[in-house]
Design a protein around this ligand. Structure first.
Ligand code: ADP
Length: 225
């Protein structure tokens, strides 16, 4: 994932509220860039599936629409970005989500020699609620579908592996509102933090257009050929 003439591997940070399309874009970008997609939400769901004590605590927070403690996600990311497949760069989806996570991430990226670039997907709140309510995910491969804009070919079944699609526990309306509140309180302030660091920052319209069109905007911002 390198820009022409640029030898520094990049950490692409997909930033935006829940339902802004970070997960969908990360899946598409992963193919376009051939770089790993690191989703703290997916890693936390794996942790829940493992059924250990931490998983139980994480599940309660997630189901309430609240954030998981910084130390937990910081450690997950630290372990992940140290693996060999991340050496050429990677895509972060859903991290950082607090100032403390962002400060920690900056340190990690500097130490390891990655250049951060932030992509902010801006989406209207009413749209977000409608989108999340129509969201379905394959429990096996993680592919995301939208009943309105990107439905599976066969109703309720994953195109990739035929598994029955699921609604995430935290995608119910009451929880969505909690998640948006957590975003406003804890995550939105990062925009000022990003501005203050002076690192590359691109704000894009994530409301209008198909996932492919939004991907093209991101590719343009990243100057991919
Ligand atoms: P979305 O971006 O649509 O909210 P995610 O899968 O990224 O979906 O996150 C789902 C939930 O996982 C969050 O509501 C939160 O409870 C937890 N989570 C994910 N990433 C983080 C993070 N970086 N810090 C704290 N909690 C997180």
């Amino acid at each position: 994932m390198r820009q022409a003439g640029d030898e520094v591997p990049r950490a692409v940070i997909l930033f935006g509220p829940p339902g802004s399309g970070k997960g969908t874009q990360a899946h598409l970008l992963k193919e376009a860039l051939r770089a790993p997609h690191i989703s703290t939400g997916d890693m936390l769901r794996e942790r829940i599936a493992s059924g250990d004590a931490l998983g139980v605590q994480v599940r309660e927070l997630m189901q309430a629409g609240r954030l998981v403690p910084d130390e937990v996600v910081n450690q997950l990311v630290e372990d992940r970005i140290g693996s060999g497949d991340c050496a050429g760069g990677f895509i972060l989806d859903g991290y950082p989500r607090t100032i403390q996570q962002a400060v920690e991430l900056d340190g990690k990226l500097k130490r390891r020699g990655f250049a951060p670039v932030v992509i902010h997907l801006k989406v209207d709140y009413n749209k977000i609620i409608a989108r999340i309510a129509g969201r379905r995910q394959c429990p096996v491969c993680g592919t995301l579908y939208s009943l309105s804009s990107n439905p599976p070919r066969r109703p309720d079944l994953c195109d990739e592996d035929g598994a029955v699609l699921a609604v995430r526990d935290d995608d119910r309306e009451a929880v969505i509102r909690e998640r948006l509140e957590a975003y406003d309180r804890q995550t939105r302030p990062l925009l000022e933090y990003f501005a203050a660091t002076g690192n590359p920052f691109h704000e894009l319209d994530g409301s209008e257009g198909s996932p492919q069109e939004i991907l093209s905007r991101i590719a343009g911002a990243l100057r991919l050929g």
